[in-house]
Design a protein around this ligand. Structure first.
Ligand code: SF4
Length: 396
């Protein structure tokens, strides 16, 4: 087993923190996140409400990782961004406790002043949504920036002192020449990122891109070509020293995203802000998604919560597998699934694990941390198929 971080870097008992900033300048045509077009809503009041929720729910949290995501957090004016970060630190003490404190930024709204506010507020990792360096592709996605804005945003981040930088990219735009994707990837790599997230374009229900496909005005990229693009991505990133540690994520040695690793390992998470989710002690929690409704709830004395639920042990065990098997080399430590959910997944009715191991799709390794389940090299591209067979309702 090869851990994406040295053992002990992330502790299983400690929480991570996610804070959601829900607004964006425009809505990308592929996006199904809880993101809302900013139409002049009062961002100062939004910051007040985020701080109010933090104070109400988790004062003194001391998270081991912190991620300010969205939406587009860089949409905040620098003074509001700094006020948010300083306020969160005063309530949660994240600057002292967090090993990695990240923020998502979009190229059109991440200038020197915003980058400096982020660093002054205690952030040490930046994730910039580049997505593509091709103007026609950016336009088809309705992204409000050009390729040169990505380079400017990276320069702003480096100038402010960010040494840990991620770029998000999307491949498999319909009809894209594979060489164009390689050129995109190489242009991103020339910016010297410590981390790259390369996602295949997906057609999520309800997005404008999906409606366009369903109306016959766009065709999804052929799956063989997608596999070819994925293979080339692996090769090109590897030549640049960035190894894949999760389906879509590549990093220089030791630079895997700790916050996301905590999520894939199903470590406890506190989510603050509209639509933010969290889990811990077997309970799932989800906030009200609509920013106005979430804010009104908090301002009216509520806690912004939409629902909390306690999944049964079988579902919780499946969630561990679904998340952990994404970690290509690290996999899932089976004793942790048992400790956390009470379920021994080697003892499931119908023994689906044994069948998947016999078919060469999964493997079980024994190491100093106990028995570890992971996908084989042949089984990793077929992970969805294996997970379907491990679903509580899919067994048998
Ligand atoms: S910037 Fe990100 S969160 Fe906002 S609409 Fe685009 S993809 Fe969605």
């Amino acid at each position: 087993m090869e851990l994406a971080t040295p053992p002990g870097v992330l502790l299983e008992s400690l929480p991570s923190l996610y804070v959601h900033l829900p607004f964006c300048k425009s809505r990308c045509r592929y996006c199904d996140f809880n993101a809302w077009v900013w139409k002049g809503q009062d961002l100062g009041r939004l910051v007040d409400a985020l701080l109010q929720e933090a104070e109400l729910r988790v004062p003194g949290l001391r998270p081991q990782t912190f991620f300010l995501g969205g939406g587009t957090p860089s949409l905040l004016p620098p003074e509001e961004l700094l006020r948010l970060l300083q306020g969160l630190d005063a309530i949660l003490d994240f600057r002292d406790s967090s090993l990695e404190s990240s923020m998502e930024a979009n190229p059109e709204s991440f200038d020197e002043a915003t980058a400096e506010a982020a660093v002054a507020g205690g952030l040490n990792r930046i994730s910039i949504g580049a997505q593509s360096f091709r103007p026609p592709v950016l336009a088809a996605y309705d992204r409000p920036h050009g390729p040169e804005d990505i380079e400017k945003a990276v320069a702003s981040a480096r100038g402010a002192g960010f040494e840990n930088l991620n770029l998000d990219l999307i491949f498999a735009f319909p009809g894209q020449d594979p060489l164009e994707w390689e050129a995109d990837l190489n242009r991103a790599l020339r910016l010297g990122p410590q981390h790259l997230s390369c996602y295949e374009l997906t057609f999520e229900p309800g997005t404008p891109l999906t409606r366009k496909r369903d109306a016959g005005r766009m065709e999804e990229e052929d799956s063989d070509l997608c596999l070819h693009l994925f293979d080339r991505t692996l090769e090109i990133c590897s030549e640049a020293g960035l190894d894949r540690y999760e389906i879509s994520n590549f990093s220089l040695p030791g630079m895997a995203c700790l916050h996301n690793l905590a999520g894939w390992r199903r470590l406890p998470l506190v989510g603050i802000g509209p639509g933010a989710c969290g889990w811990g002690d077997g309970v799932h929690r989800k906030n009200i998604s609509d920013p106005a409704a979430w804010q009104a709830d908090l301002e009216g004395g509520g806690d912004g919560l939409e629902e909390s639920s306690t999944p049964n042990s079988q579902t919780s065990a499946f969630e561990h597998l679904m998340m952990g098997l994404r970690l290509e080399k690290e996999g899932v430590r089976l004793s942790r699934v048992k400790e956390s959910t009470g379920v021994n997944v080697e003892d499931l009715p119908g023994d689906p694990l044994a069948l998947l191991v016999a078919e060469g799709l999964l493997e079980i390794l024994s190491g100093p941390e106990g028995r570890v389940l992971r996908a084989t090299p042949a089984g990793f591209p077929l992970l969805d198929h294996s997970l379907q067979r491990l679903l509580p309702e899919g067994r048998g």
